[in-house]
Design a binder for this molecule. Sequence first.
Ligand code: PLP
Length: 398
Amino acid sequence: MLNTKMQELGENRSVIRDLFEYGKKRKAEIGEDKVFDFSLGNPCVPAPDPVNETIYDLLDSQDDVYLHGYTSAQGDLLTRRTIAADLNRRFGTSFQADNLYMTCGAAASLKLSLTALIVPDAGDEVLAFAPFFPEYRVFAETAGAAFRIVPTDPETFQIRIPELEKAVGRNTKAILINSPNNPSGVVYPEAVIRDLSAFLAEKEKEYGHPIYLIADEPYRELVYHSGTVVPYLPNYYPDTLVCYSYSKSLSLPGERIGYILVPDEAADSKALYAAICGAGRALGYVCAPSLMQHVIAACDGMVSDLEAYRVNRDLLYQSLVSFGYTCVHPDGAFYLFVKAMEPDASAFCERAKKHELLLVPADSFGAPGYVRIAYCVTEEQIRNSLPAFRALAEEYGK
Ligand code: PLP
């Protein structure tokens, strides 16, 4: 007898992965450039040059045993010190190495944080604002929590406190928040974060226990206007964990590197940090990839060239709107969130496939009726796909 829940997760791949596999097959049939695959959030911009230069330099200059050896479970000390100093410089905080735990990317950060917080079978609930990264449900439920969706404004996808009020209860253990958001591209502004923090502080008082915000931040640096501020949540709400990743900011998704930040100000911070270390042990992570930790120590604070994403965003957004599509204007991340032209987004995506457009229906993101377009592709792919987008809209009488 196997763990049927795990078997089910393995057999029912995510809709995004399915589409990506379909795209590979279809490209082999009709040619790479004939299929417009917008399914995956895989950065198309290479890592900044210093990343590869650092790797060569480390290989040349460091002892192999040190370079490829285990680091301490919470991560290399110099790496954590460097990250803490960078955060303190950028956000006026006073973190130290011991506030940080190095992980294999944001997915691991989220899973470890939830495992540390959730008491299985205790009725704990984890909330997420729609639309959300679909793996949140997997991570929360397999940690033993009930997963609840909090609707947002149907036009702007901004957080609405009255909706949160309906969802929060005594059993709320944690709330996942992701800004810039996958899949909407929306950034939650400071006023919203202030209201959210004040509301949660009240609820903590009412219930007599902490409600943790888990800030999922792989897109923090991916904003396209200098005036767009992404508020740093620990500065507004003490009971915040930050789950960060270098997958998107440094274009290193396959290298699996990120961290969890546990501020001293968070409730039970020392116990929580210990529980994260315990979760790392229980889940068998041992330590984050050693070579990449050393790379981060040298390259922290750098960001891939974001100009390509901005060009793509503007080209795609302006073109689709001119063809009659309704899209939320994305301030960050590299996704365009588009209203399907019929109520069933999956049916719409099937029609799109006939035009060789691979778009992701957003039902599993908690936003039925929408589709996600990942524009982290070449500008050429976007230009070549525009006639197909136009033809698809025309089928719907636009
Ligand atoms: N959170 C969000 C919102 C994401 O979009 C992703 C990946 O696309 C992740 C977490 C996981 O990122 P990582 O590659 O760092 O595990």
